[in-house]
Design a protein around this ligand. Structure first.
Ligand SMILES: Cc1ncc(C[n+]2csc(CCOP(=O)(O)OP(=O)(O)O)c2C)c(N)n1
Length: 333
């Protein structure tokens, strides 16, 4: 049976807030909206962990528990018409930009009602109607895609801002360097967002990069901001707010780096603290200030509606049909 897709309130974009900042004080409404979105993402991924052993989910999953605030803080500062490009680790981006939760679970389940008809799965989530333009398993590919979109936006004078999300490992790819150079040379409307969780799979940054990232960006004349508290969606939103203002005024590309940590293994629903490349203690020390863990008052206020939205999205996915032979050759080139 195919239920009718519903845009759940909880994952709906709340783009009309955008208050002018008063110093660094954030309105309580804005805080709750950011908190609710971050909690939705965390609880969605916890449900994915629960469901995964039952073979309901048809593709590998790269979870970003611990990193949710990056997507939430960045996307909440954007307009619906702005475009984002992500990696294989993009459940958070999809939801933070306003992607429909029902259609996401249906996509993960491989059902015909999925946001891409069940053909894309976890690693290739997209929802162009809300500006989530795509995600890809090719490391660094979000960078040239976003630069191309920014080049088009500049020439069409659309005032559309473009954001490339990528992990710290992406800056080792040649295409990242070509893209940074091109974006700076043409003063494109783009923000590069590096989610620095310190590892590319199991490999620490010290074993991979001979350069200082901020110095690298500076060599390309791209101004940088670094947020060390990757769980702090308020700080990230605030940093984005300033960057967006400058980019919209034609000030050229900017780079935002956010220090964060992932809770789960690189790919899959499990933990890997016993794999020997990082420690559970480091993660626990880091997550202790995460509002989703320590702000019990707000948690109790919003958790019920978050869980209801997830329950109904899973039911929607369960009750949806599989693609049939008539869909076999559609939407594939
Ligand atoms: C071009 C390319 N090279 C190598 C890989 C294999 N690979 C998959 S994930 C990954 C690590 C990427 O780490 P990072 O960019 O820091 O992102 P994170 O997984 O930490 O979010 C690598 C090397 C790939 N998918 N694409």
């Amino acid at each position: 049976m195919n239920a009718t897709p519903v845009q759940t309130d909880i994952s709906a974009p709340i783009f009309n807030i955008h208050p002018e900042r008063m110093g660094l004080i954030m309105s309580q409404d804005l805080y709750i909206n950011l908190f609710r979105k971050a909690l939705l993402i965390r609880r969605v991924e916890e449900r994915i962990i629960e469901l995964y052993p039952r073979d309901k989910i048809q593709s590998p999953v790269h979870l970003s528990i611990g990193q949710e605030a990056v997507a939430v803080g960045v996307c909440h500062a954007l307009k619906a018409a702005d475009w984002i490009f992500g990696t294989y680790r993009s459940h958070a981006l999809y939801l933070a930009k306003g992607g429909d939760l029902n259609l996401m679970f249906a996509e993960l389940f491989g059902k015909v009602t999925g946001v891409s008809g069940g053909k894309a799965g976890s690693m290739h989530l997209s929802s162009p109607t809300v500006g989530m333009m795509g995600s890809s398993a090719i490391v660094a590919s979000s960078i040239p895609h976003a630069v191309g979109a920014a080049f088009a936006a500049k020439h069409k004078k659309t005032n559309q801002l473009n954001v490339a999300f990528f992990g710290d490992g992406a800056l080792e790819e040649g295409v990242a360097h070509e893209s940074l150079n091109f974006a700076s040379l043409h003063q494109l409307p783009i923000i590069f967002v590096c989610e620095d969780n310190g590892f590319a799979a199991h490999s620490p940054v010290q074993a991979r990069q001979s350069f200082d990232r901020m110095a690298l960006l500076s060599a390309y004349n791209i101004p940088t901001i670094c947020v060390n508290e990757g769980w702090d969606f308020e700080k990230i939103y605030d940093a984005m707010y300033d960057l967006i203002k400058a980019v919209r005024q034609g000030d050229g590309p900017k780079y935002l780096e956010i220090k964060t940590m992932r809770a789960c293994e690189h790919v899959g629903p499990g933990e890997d603290f016993d794999a020997g490349y990082r420690s559970r203690e480091d993660f626990e020390r880091w997550i202790v200030d995460d509002p989703l863990v320590c702000d019990i008052k707000t948690l109790s206020k919003v958790e019920g509606e978050v869980m209801d939205a997830i329950d109904s999205a899973v039911t929607f996915a369960e009750e949806s049909s599989w693609p049939g032979p008539t869909q076999l050759l559609t939407d594939v080139v």
